[in-house]
Design a protein around this ligand. Structure first.
Ligand code: C2E
Ligand code: MG
Ligand code: MG
Ligand code: MG
Length: 287
């Protein structure tokens, strides 16, 4: 299924050119053992409300510390995991771990988990989600699943059923990296998303006078508002971009300007400071 994902294929070929076929096989072998050896962990990046600048949730991002190569980016190893079938077990570990770690967070703070198109195509996903929530004792409404629009490349009855089943559990659904794929807008008519995540390529440079990205962000926000969906601007790095995306009506902001992905205990500590609704301004400077 990953072969049909244009971006995945692109990243895969780039990876293969960098490493060579043998290097890639090595990476695959190492990745196969990474889970068992405890080399994976999750980093959490704050998602902040534009209205009150409070933390509304965190996105869980998988991290791999390779014994020799050190930190390997998920942009590098997730496509490899998708190609060799490992994404199922890695994705399950991510989901279960994120639910467990988020269960101790106070109040309404949500956790967002990235779901690969390969996981999305597996009819067992809803049962896994239910199990992860139950084991962790996390209310469904506090879990948000992030899905990229590549899942619509082959939209079928089974993807409709998947959306229905996931919504039936009570989790939230977010459309990740919006605007970067190759699919049409038609799926927005029926897909039950709670949120659209505006890709960082549209945020980059948007605050510079005359840059067209601001107009694109505005159009996406208008579309999302009309459909009753929230919007998160991704990759916000500077104060000017906070001001701009707030003015354009984005409901949430995620980016280095408020915090880089951090270890679970740092995320929990951040929430503890503000009684569960920590002021984001408290860590603006400590990026
Ligand atoms: P994504 O889901 O769009 O995650 C956002 C990425 O943007 C993260 O990169 C994050 O660290 C980065 N980012 C956040 N704020 C800023 C900013 O202000 N400036 C810049 N330049 N970058 C920012 P990361 O952690 O390297 O993850 C890359 C991608 O890997 C993710 O993109 C997602 O597609 C994938 N990924 C990460 N974790 C998982 C996972 O557990 N499962 C799956 N299937 N994919 C994952
Ligand atoms: Mg994401
Ligand atoms: Mg994204
Ligand atoms: Mg992205």
């Amino acid at each position: 299924a990953a072969k049909a994902d244009g971006r995945g294929v692109h990243r895969f070929f780039r990876e293969e050119m960098l490493l060579g076929a043998q290097g890639r096989r090595q990476l695959e072998d190492d990745l196969r053992q990474a889970l068992a050896k405890g080399e994976l962990h999750l980093a959490y990046q704050p998602v902040v409300s534009t209205r009150d600048e409070k933390i509304k949730g965190f996105e869980a991002l998988v991290r791999w510390t390779h014994p020799v190569r050190g930190a390997v980016s998920p942009a590098e190893f997730v496509p490899v995991a998708e190609e060799c079938g490992l994404i199922e077990s890695i994705g399950e570990w991510v989901l279960r771990t994120a639910c467990m770690e988020a269960a101790s967070w106070p109040g309404e703070v949500r956790v967002a988990v990235n779901v690969s198109p390969i996981q999305f195509a597996n009819p067992a996903l809803p049962a896994l989600v239910t199990s992860a929530l139950a084991k962790a004792g996390l209310p469904p409404a506090r879990l948000e699943l992030e899905i990229t629009e590549s899942v619509f490349l082959h939209e079928t009855a089974s993807s409709e059923r998947m959306f229905r089943n996931l919504k039936g559990i009570g989790v939230r659904l977010a459309l990740d990296d919006f605007g970067t794929g190759y699919s049409s807008l038609g799926y927005l008519k029926t897909a039950p998303f709670d949120k659209i995540k505006i890709d960082q390529s549209f945020v980059r440079g948007a605050a510079i006078a005359g840059n067209r990205n601001a107009a694109i962000i505005k159009a996406i926000v208008t579309l999302a508002d009309t459909l009753g969906m929230e919007t998160t601007a991704e990759g916000v790095e500077i104060q000017d971009e906070i001001a701009l995306v707030r003015e354009l009506g984005c409901s949430h902001i995620q980016g280095y300007v408020y915090g880089r992905p951090m270890p679970a205990d740092a995320a929990a500590a951040l929430l503890g400071q503000g009684g569960g609704q920590a002021e984001a301004s408290g860590f603006k400077t400590s990026r």
